[in-house]
Design a protein around this ligand. Structure first.
Ligand code: SF4
Length: 104
């Protein structure tokens, strides 16, 4: 009896450690924001900032992208990272939307 409880605890610790190590890229499995998403359409989100509808979103300026926006939750080198504007779904580092605010 004691041995199986001990085995269970050791196994549990091992599993917990695995989760802790794997949590580094926790957002990697989050869904990407599709451009067809209603919020994405309202904010003019594009995965490729060069494809932004400049007539509709005149505030867009070349050089602006998610990777240098203050809402981007990843490193600028991460291809995708969560954005709070989209319930922490993933947006592209090279993307853009009209909620853009230059990172200070
Ligand atoms: Fe990208 Fe910033 Fe818009 Fe989020 S708020 S989608 S990081 S431009």
């Amino acid at each position: 009896m004691k041995t199986s409880r001990r085995t269970f605890l050791i196994t549990s610790v091992g599993v917990a450690s695995t989760f802790a190590l794997g949590s580094k890229a926790a957002f990697a499995d989050a869904p990407k924001v599709p451009e067809s998403d209603p919020t994405a359409q309202a904010l003019g989100y594009k995965e490729d900032a060069s494809k932004v509808d400049k007539a509709k979103f005149a505030k867009y300026a070349a050089g602006q992208d998610c990777g240098n926006c203050q809402f981007y939750q990843g490193k600028p080198t991460d291809a995708f990272a969560p954005c709070p504007m989209f319930s922490s779904k993933l947006v592209a580092s090279k993307g853009w939307c009209s909620a853009y605010v230059k990172k200070a």
